[in-house]
Design a protein around this ligand. Structure first.
Ligand code: SF4
Length: 403
């Protein structure tokens, strides 16, 4: 059995059939996981100024760029092993870099609150064994973490839930659209208007407190009744909810404090985003948006979006991420104006504009290590194929020595 690095569910029940050092077939993966494990279509090659180079020259040129930068930024590491993340943090510290990752515009806020113990949480195994009410809020697990419902929440039998979804479990979806997950939660889909989560939370708090809510009173009282009766509930918080209430997150903490029979679980996409958040939190007390210097400073101006808007970085190291695809177009001109050092197994839009490209092995397939599942459990990754590519951990170690 091996682990799939396709998302932060880190399914560790995967079988692979290897033929001639290639993955011919995967068993138990979803389509997303199978595609991830079979590897990228176009492999990245070492390069300087978009011309092929050898790996040593690429690392040397990257070190030169970093040494000349006054305000370098290291971005990414959500698709790297925990070991590579620790090395990346050491590199960022040594070069006094700004450090951020996709959690900055994704689930970082929620994970930070979980690490600060603002929420009650549990393991995915606890959910499989005990949970009777499952709430997908702003999360389309069926598309983003496709085996979530079948491995851990709605469909499986569990120690205290032997009759599974047929009789023992109830799934609820709260979302702005009827997602594939919502379609499974038959009869328990609560549609909310765009950015309507705040009003929904207040109405739910009112209903749970025995008051008649101003918003959709019949529906909210019905939902409050289900929540009150739950023996072991779980709220799976998707990006839709986190994003919608990011300015006012305490209202969700207030709701969770009333729901003493519920656990809060972040729904994470990138396979080791939580690992990065935990490693940086351990080092600095914050999960992202850091500037290293004499002390590590946390500030929203060090979020990648703000930093690029204000043209703060004068060089960027991007590891296992594709900011040119994921960031708003208005921020791209500054990335194009500075040297980018790109470390990844695959060709991406960002690799095509990079000053230096350094290919690495595909973690979880060509190299092993560990990663942190969305619930905080550390899971091992296996090296399945032989590979001449060095790991991103090794690349950052060499950069650390060279700068
Ligand atoms: S749910 Fe995620 S970890 Fe599991 S097989 Fe699919 S992509 Fe891989």
């Amino acid at each position: 059995m091996v682990t799939c690095p396709g998302c932060a569910l880190l399914c560790d029940d995967i079988e692979v059939i290897v033929d001639n050092n290639r993955i011919k077939e995967t068993r138990n993966t979803c389509r997303r996981g199978a595609a991830r494990m079979k590897g990228c279509i176009n492999r990245l090659i070492p390069g300087i100024a978009q011309k092929p180079a050898d790996i040593e020259s690429s690392i040397k040129e990257a070190a030169r760029i970093i040494r000349n930068a006054r305000s370098p930024m290291l971005f990414g590491l959500d698709n790297s092993t925990c070991e590579a993340q620790v090395m990346g943090i050491q590199l960022a510290r040594k070069i006094n870099a700004i450090m951020d990752d996709t959690s900055s515009f994704c689930q970082g806020l929620l994970i930070e609150k979980i690490l600060l113990k603002k929420f009650r949480t549990c393991s995915l195994e606890d959910i499989r064994n005990k949970a009777d009410v499952l709430v997908y809020w702003g999360s389309d697990a069926q598309d983003s973490q496709p085996r979530h419902m079948s491995r851990f929440s709605y469909f499986p039998r569990g120690e205290s839930r032997q009759r599974g979804y047929e009789e023992d479990r109830l799934a609820i979806a709260i979302d702005v659209r009827e997602s594939n997950t919502a379609k499974i939660c038959k009869g328990h889909f609560y549609r909310i208007p765009l950015k309507g989560d705040r009003e929904f939370i207040f109405a739910l708090i009112a209903a749970l407190s025995g008051k008649v809510p101003a918003y959709e009173p019949k529906k909210m009282l019905e939902l409050a009744g289900i929540f009150k009766k739950a023996e072991f509930g779980a709220i799976f918080v998707g990006l839709g909810l986190t994003y919608s209430i990011k300015e006012d997150f305490d209202i969700f903490i207030a709701l969770s404090n009333i729901l003493s029979n519920f656990n809060i679980m972040p729904m994470v996409g990138h396979y080791n985003m939580r690992g990065f958040n935990e490693a940086l939190f351990k080092e600095t007390g914050f999960v992202n948006r850091i500037k290293f210097g004499e002390n590590a400073v946390h500030d929203d101006k060090y979020a990648i979006t703000e930093a690029l808007k204000n043209k703060i970085p004068d060089a960027m190291i991007v590891v296992g991420s594709d900011p040119l695809t994921s960031l708003p177009r208005t921020l791209i001109p500054h990335i194009l104006s500075i040297p980018v050092i790109y470390i990844d197994p695959c060709v991406t839009l960002t690799s095509k504009i990079a000053a230096v490209t350094i290919p690495c092995s595909a973690s979880g397939v060509e190299s092993g290590g560990t990663a942190v599942r969305m619930d905080g459990k550390v899971i091992g990754l296996t090296k399945i194929l032989e590979s001449d590519y060095i790991t991103d951990e090794e690349i950052m170690k060499r950069l650390l020595e060279a700068v």
